[in-house]
Design a protein around this ligand. Structure first.
Ligand code: SF4
Length: 224
């Protein structure tokens, strides 16, 4: 099949089938991380910032120490950039220390209230569109399609889409991700995307283990 740079028309049955296979897989493969349990909105937001371009397993010990040391935005606001850097140093991307401090100070000066709309959220220091969507989905229970490079890779492979590093910002791709995200169980679906692209549809995919291979364009084209 020729690759396409717009989304394919999928019937309602195809969309439902795709979602339910992913959700079923997730029921047996859900990864437990501390930020997936009950955490404050503030710590949920910190987790999403620490997870930017960083492996979840690496984030676990840093997150646990961070939330003990900085229990509230006020405590974080009184810290220095150096204090924060000490905690997040093992994760790299050290510019995040400054962003995290700015975030703590911003929240502390706004009554420590974490916003609950996408529009207000992306105005926060250190928060981009992906972080905003992930926070709203995972910590506020709101339906928000999440699109990171792993999700782009997975959808691109499975549906045979022409993708590149800019696809996640393209209207057609955002629309397609929105169509695939269910009205109910959207949070579970988004977790399934994160887990599946981390465990199976990785940069070097484990197609032999994949329950989607019989209908995956990438796999079918490679096998022909
Ligand atoms: Fe990804 Fe391979 Fe599964 Fe296709 S068959 S979705 S490429 S792991």
């Amino acid at each position: 099949m020729q690759k396409q740079n717009h989304y394919p028309h999928l019937s309602h049955k195809e969309v439902m089938g795709f979602r339910s296979r992913l959700l079923n897989w997730s029921s047996n493969n859900f990864s437990i991380y501390p930020w997936r349990k009950k955490v404050s909105r503030f710590h949920g937001l910190i987790a999403e910032i620490l997870l930017q371009r960083t492996k979840a397993d690496q984030v676990v010990p840093v997150f646990e120490l961070f939330r003990k040391r900085f229990r509230t935005p006020e405590i974080l606001a009184r810290a220095s950039e150096k204090d924060v850097l000490e905690f997040i140093y093992p994760l790299g991307l050290h510019w995040r220390a400054k962003k995290i401090i700015m975030l703590g100070r911003h929240l502390a000066s706004h009554g420590s209230r974490v916003p609950d709309t996408f529009e207000d959220f992306i105005k926060l220091p250190g928060v981009g569109e992906y972080t905003a969507a992930a926070f709203l989905s995972f910590h506020m229970g709101k339906r928000a399609p999440i699109i990171d490079s792993n999700v782009v890779r997975f959808y691109g492979r499975y549906f045979g889409l022409e993708i590149n590093r800019d696809s996640r910002r393209k209207k057609w791709f955002i629309k397609f991700a929105d169509i695939l995200t269910p009205a109910k169980q959207h949070k579970k679906y988004n977790y399934a995307l994160l887990d599946f692209t981390r465990l199976i549809c990785k940069p070097r995919p484990d197609c032999q283990l994949c329950f989607l291979s019989s209908s995956c364009q990438y796999f079918l084209n490679r096998s022909n």
